[in-house]
Design a protein around this ligand. Structure first.
Ligand code: ADP
Ligand code: MG
Length: 461
């Protein structure tokens, strides 16, 4: 693996110092390969797996070009989902910590229009957003991209999969032709290739092969019958065997995510489906409950899981083999991060023979099917998530802060700080995770007027 320090690059000293304070010393392989071209102003197509540091690759490029004194939109980053846009904006703000007065604005669908219009009036240097909403702003005239210098398409493959092709084409028409265009993607084929051809000029293509052995992931493969019953039983056995605190079960269709989640709930597991059919608010709720460990199993499609801001999953289980090998590697890459050992279990059937051969070649290993755990395990009862989420009927609008919630819960010392988990305060709602064994007490304390001296509606979700 190439090990080049950031100091090899001609970056502003305050940016370099910030990188070292973030403990970013060495460039990741995709950064080492793409940054020199990005900084040289070239159009770049960069392909590498999730978690390989693509955000900082383009983020540093955007920061180097930025002129804070000029108050217009200089760069635009398009992302497939709001969650990803939020993640990217967060990383950009982190990288820009030592650059004074940078204004980074997110513009995503599912968020109130009025607030966005207000923020746009104050101006911004960098915009991160989803294609639909950006197009909307361009049509209304509330966003101007006439002086745009750099356009970034992050997770381009997913944007196309999600049907954003025409929005992307429309957005590009609003930008100057001599812009720099950067395209980031985990895969590069078909539609992504053709959009790159239309939007980019002599792009430099850099790729880092998906590595499968630089993280500690233990992969297992199991052959099952080609019917839901066999698959579901296999999933139950694997869950009972590995007892993951957080696991994602991947399905190929939305329908299956619902069916599998319902079947697991029926068996007593804490599971939820995550798919593109969910309303934004329900989606937020699913994410909150999974992130705060009150749901241990998320059953998701690849597209829906794209926006997940989670690392270090204990297990990834493929209910079905992914359609192609890159997607497989992508899925299992969500486990075993940050030096934590992860487990990836994949179910396949006789019909997957060909795909399995291709996958074996791709992974450069022999794939041997293993026997599923003993059916005796099915006698064990399903494990529950360690936490429970309480939903509070008040949020930022009611000036509720995480400290208020923590304070109300721990007052009187009958609930310990460590029994309180993550707290998420949204505009109109707040969510707090508490240990399952104190959930009734917590419900009572929050509902009894101990929170900012008011009584909020509180319920277990
Ligand atoms: P990708 O977009 O390729 O999926 P991200 O940009 O989200 O990956 O980066 C994954 C993680 O790696 C982030 O938490 C980021 O802060 C971290 N990271 C990125 N570059 C470096 C680096 N050079 N050194 C250490 N950590 C890094
Ligand atoms: Mg990314």
């Amino acid at each position: 693996m190439s090990q080049l320090p950031f100091s090899e690059l001609k970056l502003h000293t305050n940016v370099l110092e910030n990188l070292s304070s973030l403990n970013y010393d060495m460039m990741t392989p995709i950064q080492a390969k793409s940054l020199p071209h990005i900084l040289a102003g070239k159009d770049v197509i960069a392909q590498s797996q999730t978690g390989s540091g693509k955000t900082a690759a383009f983020g540093l490029g955007l920061l180097e070009k930025l002129d804070v004194k000029k108050m217009h939109v200089q760069s635009l980053v398009l992302c497939p989902t709001r969650e990803l846009a939020d993640q990217v904006a967060k990383e950009l703000r982190k990288l820009a910590r030592t650059v004074p007065n940078v204004k980074i604005l997110t513009l995503c669908g599912g968020m109130p229009m009025r607030a966005q219009l207000g923020s746009l009036e104050y101006g911004a240097h960098m915009i991160v957003g989803t294609p639909g909403r950006i197009e909307d702003h361009l049509n209304r005239g509330s966003l101007q991209l006439k002086a745009l210098q750099i356009l970034v398409m992050d997770e381009a493959d997913r944007m196309l999969e999600m049907g954003f092709q025409s929005a992307l084409d429309a957005i590009v028409k609003h930008t100057p032709e001599q812009r720099q265009t950067l395209l980031f993607s985990a895969t590069f084929q078909g539609q992504t290739k053709s959009i790159a051809k239309r939007m980019m000029q002599q792009p430099v293509i850099v790729q880092v092969a998906s590595t499968h052995d630089d993280k500690s992931i233990e992969q297992h493969f199991y052959q099952v019958g080609d019917d839901d019953e066999s698959r579901l039983q296999a999933i139950r056995l694997l869950l009972l065997q590995y007892k993951p605190e957080s696991a994602v079960v991947f399905c190929n269709t939305k329908r299956e995510t619902e069916d599998v989640a319902n079947a697991l709930i029926y068996e007593g597991f804490s599971a939820l489906a995550l798919n593109g059919d969910l309303e934004q608010r329900d989606r937020d709720q699913v994410m909150v409950r999974f992130a705060n460990k009150s749901v241990s199993i998320l059953v998701a499609t690849d597209v829906a899981a794209r926006g997940l801001d989670i690392d270090g999953l204990d297990a990834v289980i493929n209910y079905e083999l992914a359609h192609d090998s890159e997607i497989h590697v992508h899925r299992i890459g969500r486990t075993g991060r940050a030096g934590k050992q992860g487990v990836a279990c994949t179910l396949f059937t006789l019909r997957d023979d060909y795909k399995m051969t291709v996958l074996g070649d791709y992974l450069e290993r022999d794939i041997n099917a293993e026997a599923l755990p003993s059916k005796n395990l099915l006698k064990e009862s399903a494990f529950k998530a360690v936490m429970t989420t309480l939903q509070i009927g008040g949020g930022k609008k009611q000036k509720l802060r995480p400290g208020d919630i923590l304070g109300a819960l721990t007052a009187g010392n009958d609930i310990a700080g460590k029994q309180v988990g993550k707290i998420h305060v949204m505009d109109q709602w707040a969510y707090v995770a508490v240990s399952r064994d104190v959930s009734k007490l917590a419900l009572k304390k929050l509902g009894d007027g101990k929170l900012k001296g008011r009584s909020f509606r509180v319920r277990v979700i």
